[in-house]
Unconditional design. Structure first.
Lengths: 144, 209
């Protein structure tokens, strides 16, 4: 009984140690997608959800991709039915918080898109965080 | 004993029949209300008939001038957008395409015109190709900057380029409402930006009946 409890405690100690040494798990990006884009345009918008798994605030400060000449963090804002886009230099992510990039809101704008995005495509993007550094993600072409 | 039991039985049956009649009444009343109560539109409906402003000086990507009588008794949706728009315009066009798909065969009784509010960059043919990527039933409309400004103001649409960047790229700030012209050529309804596909489909279905 005591030996069993000891093993259980040992298991959790090892598991927690494993978590704290893994830096890449500080920030997790899920559900990264892009709608397919018309061939006549060379802009695209990428969407995803950022989870901050730490107890420290962080910020998304930039992004890059070999598929885009330039990437900007944008937010579509609609006031009195007029839509405009604000370029953001950083997007704060609260400790243990989520930030959702979604249509008609926050998005990564890709300028100078190399090839149109098609359903099932996978686009490599590097997100840059102020505290956690760079994170490689795959944006998937999705006709949802 | 025997008489009291036969007396009791019809009374019990009466209560049951009464309950069934009341229930049936409620169901019929609810059905009648749903049948006759008007559809509550998500868009803003014009009470008076307002002829849709002419699109003088602009062309459809078929090369023809825009004449709302040419659309075979279809509802004509009008959206002012541009092809270098990454988020709001493609999202709206996708949602309109989804709404038409939700309507099934009735989707063929609706079309969309995207009027380019970026005449400096958008060619007429490009605008048409752009919108038909989302739905083959859509048309592009474009023309000279002066005509574009004139038509947009007639529709109450505002647009202006955002800050131009070092490499010359810019985005457009623009009214992102969706408008609906009925089969009589009257401007009937205006939806706010970011209308959901199902909500739009419900409004279109009501307009088509």
């Amino acid at each position: 009984m005591t030996r069993r409890r000891f093993l259980l405690v040992l298991f959790f100690v090892i598991a927690m140690a494993g978590c704290s040494t893994s830096d890449s798990a500080d920030i997790v990006v899920r559900d990264a997608w892009s709608p397919p884009t018309p061939p006549v345009t060379n802009v695209a918008a990428f969407y995803f959800t950022i989870h901050n798994l730490t107890t420290t605030a962080d910020s998304l400060v930039g992004a890059s991709s070999s598929s885009c000449d330039e990437m900007q963090i944008h937010e579509s804002v609609t006031t009195d039915d007029v839509s405009s886009m604000d370029e953001l230099l950083e997007v704060p992510i609260e400790p243990d918080g989520d930030v959702v990039f979604e249509p008609n809101g926050l998005h990564l704008m890709c300028l100078g898109l190399a090839e149109p995005v098609k359903v099932g495509d996978s686009i490599a993007v590097i997100l840059k965080f102020e505290r956690s550094g760079s994170l490689d993600i795959e944006v998937v072409g999705d006709d949802r | 004993m025997a008489t009291s039991s036969t007396n009791r039985r019809p009374r019990w049956l009466l209560v049951l029949i009464l309950a069934a009649v009341i229930l049936a009444g409620i169901l019929v009343a609810r059905f009648a209300v749903s049948l006759f109560s008007p559809h509550l539109y998500a868009g803003t409906v014009f009470q008076q008939s307002t002829p849709a402003p002419a699109m003088d000086g602009l062309l459809l990507d078929t090369g023809q001038p825009v004449n709302f009588g040419d659309f075979d008794d279809k509802i004509v949706l009008v959206y002012f957008g541009y092809t270098n728009c990454p988020d709001v315009c493609p999202t709206t066009l996708r949602d309109v395409a989804k709404a038409l798909d939700l309507l099934g065969d009735d989707g063929d009784r609706v079309t969309l015109l995207m009027v380019s509010i970026d005449p400096e960059r958008d060619e007429l043919a490009t605008t048409g190709e752009y919108v038909r990527f989302f739905d083959e039933r859509f048309y592009g409309v474009a023309g000279a900057p002066e005509a574009t400004t004139q038509v947009a103001s007639q529709y109450g649409v505002f647009f202006q380029p955002s800050e131009v960047e070092a490499d010359g790229t810019y985005e457009m700030d623009h009214t992102a409402s969706l408008m609906g012209i009925d089969t009589n050529g009257d401007l009937r309804i205006v939806w706010p930006p970011a209308i959901e596909a199902q909500v739009l489909a419900d409004d279109l279905k009501a307009l088509l009946t």
